[in-house]
Design a protein around this ligand. Structure first.
Ligand SMILES: Cc1cc2nc3c(=O)[nH]c(=O)nc-3n(C[C@H](O)[C@H](O)[C@H](O)COP(=O)(O)OP(=O)(O)OC[C@H]3O[C@@H](n4cnc5c(N)ncnc54)[C@H](O)[C@@H]3O)c2cc1C
Length: 384
């Protein structure tokens, strides 16, 4: 398909955010929607590299509410978009090994329960009983929600893109945005590697690269890319079907079933911002040692694959939704390590903002870009 020369909106980024927004805008009847992805395939940025975890368990009301809206959209995905996304509700089990985390966990469960989310608080003994293959002698509490689980990110992106294309969206891969023209504080056009598109509205859904796109328009977006990595093992017959998504919270170390083996990851708290997506082998070794300590049977396992991707991190670990100081330049980014699960509702919210000027499904107006300058940040504790 040739690059259109005009558009009613240009969405930059073909990850879960851009794909969901394109679908939801088309569903609302918007025409002349163009979505641009610089890579050869959609969903190869953070979305395609993520762990696929979806959870209700957060520590702030707004993040819990985003999950309350978004996860049922994933449950309904197949009915609505005729695409199976393999939602496995294996539950997330977050484990606290110190008093500080345990206190936060209790507060989180109370908050989640007050919002209708049925998360349970486990004692250390209950954690150990649930995980006989793991060493958690130091566990003092856990939180468990059976409706949390794992979803296939590529299927979600494919479902949105394919349906959006059928509805007339020009979704183009292999086209990079290299400039944005703004005149008198209003978006005028987008310059790409394949030509210029005249448009008065842009949605910056470029994830870890969204700060760069902001700079092209003269908008400061405080999102930094931080590398995160993981690896998978060969099949492990000892791992039961119902093995939950386990998070050793203090170490940011996690395990979940992937095929017949495990997917294991750990966040390097010393990682510096940057765009490097190569696996840090030294840190992978540290991750492996920590994993073996928790699950000794991994001593005999071998690595099946490994990869790294980029979190798109904001100073308060909450996303940014809405407009900017440049008219027509809208943003949804900064999900800080847990955006995949909020992709469905984000696309819907951005379609409301772009077409109606306000968010109706859920009021996320406090998550605007201006909050950083105006010191209205909100801190999320459950960041992995
Ligand atoms: C290792 C890892 C594990 C994760 N685990 C989870 C998890 O378990 N659960 C969860 O919910 N979230 C998880 N996340 C976070 C989640 O992946 C992200 O929050 C989410 O995918 C962000 O989606 P996005 O569409 O904004 O970004 P992306 O998927 O990165 O999409 C942005 C797209 O924009 C494109 N782009 C950039 N610049 C340009 C340009 N100039 N022109 C055209 N296109 C451009 C990029 O190529 C990219 O495809 C994880 C992330 C990582 C890295």
């Amino acid at each position: 398909m040739d690059l259109p020369t005009t558009a009613d909106i240009v969405i930059i980024g073909g990850g879960v955010m851009g794909a969901s927004a394109a679908y939801h805008l088309a569903k609302r009847g918007m025409k002349n929607i163009v979505l641009l992805e610089k890579e050869e395939f959609f969903g190869t940025g953070a979305t395609g590299r993520c762990a696929g975890g979806v959870r209700y368990q957060f520590s702030t009301e707004i993040n819990i509410k985003l999950s309350v809206e978004s996860l049922p959209m994933i449950e309904r995905f197949k009915d609505e978009l005729e695409q199976d996304v393999n939602y496995r509700q294996c539950g997330y089990l977050l484990i606290a090994t110190n008093e500080k985390d345990s206190t936060h966990f209790k507060h989180n469960v109370e908050l989640q329960n007050s919002l209708g989310v049925q998360t349970q608080l486990f004692s250390g003994d209950e954690v150990r009983a649930r995980l006989p293959l793991m060493n958690f002698e130091d566990a003092i509490a856990g939180t468990f929600n059976q409706k949390d689980g794992i979803v296939d990110p590529n299927s979600v992106v494919a479902g949105y893109i394919n349906t959006a294309q059928k509805m007339g969206v020009a979704a183009l891969a292999g086209v990079e945005v290299i400039g944005i023209r703004v005149r008198e504080s209003q978006v005028e056009s987008v310059e790409t590697t394949q030509g210029v598109i005249q448009t008065r509205i842009i949605l910056n859904a470029a994830g870890p690269w969204s700060g760069q796109l902001g700079q092209m328009a003269g908008v400061q977006i405080p999102v930094v890319p931080i590398r995160r990595q993981m690896f998978t093992t060969n099949p492990l017959k000892e791992i039961p079907e119902n093995f939950p998504f386990v998070i050793d919270f203090a170490q940011s170390l996690y395990f979940h079933r992937e095929g017949e083996g495990l997917l294991i990851g750990m966040s390097n708290q010393d990682e510096k911002p940057g765009f490097d997506q190569n696996v840090d082998e030294e840190f992978e070794f540290i991750n492996l040692e920590a994993a073996i300590e928790r699950m000794p049977l991994l001593e005999g396992a071998s690595r099946a694959s490994h990869w790294a991707g980029l979190y798109e991190v904001t100073p308060d670990a909450h996303p940014i939704f809405g407009g900017s100081n440049v008219k027509g330049f809208t943003i949804c980014t900064g999900f800080s390590g847990h955006g995949f699960m909020h992709g469905p509702v984000t696309g819907k919210l951005m379609s409301e903002y772009i077409l109606d000027g306000k968010f109706s499904t859920l009021d996320v107006s406090m998550l605007d870009l201006a909050r950083f300058e105006e010191r209205r940040s909100i801190k999320e504790y459950n960041v992995v």
